[in-house]
Design a protein around this ligand. Structure first.
Ligand SMILES: Cc1ncc(COP(=O)(O)O)c(C=O)c1O
Length: 431
């Protein structure tokens, strides 16, 4: 009898856990799984700072600066308070002055444009490439040739979702028109373009260590990189009230310093970033494969394909040998974003374009599958940028993307079975 009872109760437990499994959440991001793996290292690093009683800048920040410079391939870095602060430092150090214009993408986080305003300049918001959603270099080139914005001093491409913008094209544009290229690499730590690290290609570059980023702090933090040591020294002064030494001020800076505790946490995580980015790439490859097998998707043609350049390995493999056929936007329920052949993507986000996106999002939320929209309203339609004079219909590719993009769960510790559940959920919605 006892044995039978025991059997029944274990069956009950199994049934309960099977039921729970059916409704178990798939989070968009679960930082606790990362923390569980590094808890001891992180707490030891924080203790080290507390024991030192040095809380702002100092040796931890200097060590992080060296380590980030080495990772990106830049020759120097300056730690600061946030990615937003990093963008402002990067723009000012690259020579942007009040009254200038700076071209950037309309399809990014607000800070890409607000940092330009804070530098006293006017953002010139432009449309994106429909395949990658990165700033469209051809449009930028044409715009400068035909009607150069007044006092144009820089272009700020954003490496959106972890894939570098076309840095060959932007380098050539920078050269031709004598403007600085400043990288917004906030989402792209560890990403590459033709084997060169994000953050090492522009005059300066900005990274964010906001807690959701691939390399993230336990609070706000950011860093700027450059290959110009003088610019690096200037950024270090600017983040500290324009002060080369205490209580002497050469120009107006601000308090944009990095905390030592954040640097110490980041240095722990930096040891894992290669593995974590690799795990993100594996997760993305699994999503790609499952979407291809689902028959739901199309993959758009890259600008580089349209212009006759080489195909990405992703397309050569998936687009031509039995995977999703490249097709025009909107010919399938779901469209994957294109991968540039020259880019080593670090999948800060795995983003699809979906028909009936908002309904799909609700359907997935009912199944406890987390999603997010980056970004629901392009910058040129934000009320605060009304003064730029752009209106609905002016930048149509970004406007369309804003109606269709959906970021799916993506982080290194995401499990295969969770990715399967996400794709199955999407397939169920459209079936
Ligand atoms: C593209 C982009 N630029 C700039 C930032 C600003 O970074 P932070 O939030 O660290 O100020 C972010 C992050 O949110 C971002 O995604």
């Amino acid at each position: 009898m006892l044995a039978v009872l025991g059997q029944n109760s274990s069956m009950m437990t199994e049934m309960k856990s099977a039921q729970a499994g059916m409704t178990q959440a798939v989070p968009l991001l679960d930082l606790r799984r990362q923390y569980d793996g590094i808890r001891n290292e992180v707490l030891a690093a924080i203790t080290r700072v507390c024991d030192s009683q040095g809380f702002i800048l100092g040796p931890e920040v200097e060590a992080l600066e060296r380590e980030i410079a080495a990772l990106t391939g830049a020759s120097a870095a300056a730690g600061c308070a946030s990615g937003t602060e990093a963008l402002w430092l990067a723009l000012v150090a690259a020579g942007v002055k009040p009254g200038d214009s700076v071209i950037t993408t309309t399809f990014s986080f607000f800070a890409s444009a607000s940092a330009i305003v804070r530098a006293g300049a006017t953002p010139v918001l432009m449309d994106v490439d429909s395949a990658t959603l990165n700033l469209d270099a051809e449009l930028v080139r044409r715009r400068i040739r035909e009607k150069r914005p007044e006092k144009l001093s820089a272009i700020l491409p954003v490496h959106l979702y972890g894939q570098c913008a076309d840095m060959d094209a932007f380098a050539a544009i920078g050269e031709e028109f004598k403007v600085a290229i400043v990288e917004d690499a906030a989402q792209a730590i560890g990403a590459e373009w033709r084997g060169r690290g994000a953050g090492s290609m522009g005059a300066t570059a900005a990274f964010s260590f906001y807690p959701t980023k691939n390399l993230s702090a336990y609070g706000d933090a950011g860093i700027v990189t450059t290959n110009d040591r003088e610019m690096a020294e200037r950024m270090k002064r600017l983040r500290n009230h324009g002060s080369p030494r205490r209580y002497y001020h050469e120009e107006f800076g601000w308090n944009g310093r990095m905390d030592a505790i954040q640097a110490a946490v980041l240095r722990v995580k930096l040891r894992h970033i290669e593995n974590w980015n690799e795990a993100r790439r594996r997760n993305a490859a699994l999503y790609d494969r499952l979407f291809a097998e689902s028959g739901l998707v199309s993959t758009p043609r890259l600008a580089s394909e349209k212009h006759g350049r080489e195909l990405s390995p992703h397309h050569a493999k998936n687009g031509r040998d039995g995977g999703p056929e490249p097709g025009p936007p909107g010919d399938a329920h779901v469209q994957l974003l294109a991968r540039e052949a020259n880019a080593r993507h670090v999948f800060h986000q795995y983003v699809i374009r979906a028909r009936r996106r908002d309904e799909l999002r609700e359907f997935l939320a009912d199944r406890k599958i987390g999603t997010e929209i980056y970004y629901p309203l392009p910058l040129h339609l934000q009320p605060v940028f009304a003064y730029l004079g752009l209106k609905e219909g002016d930048l149509p590719v970004a406007e369309q993307a804003a109606r269709e993009v959906l970021a799916l769960p993506m982080f290194p510790e995401l499990r295969e079975e969770e990715i399967r559940r996400v794709v199955e959920g999407i397939a169920d919605f459209y079936s």
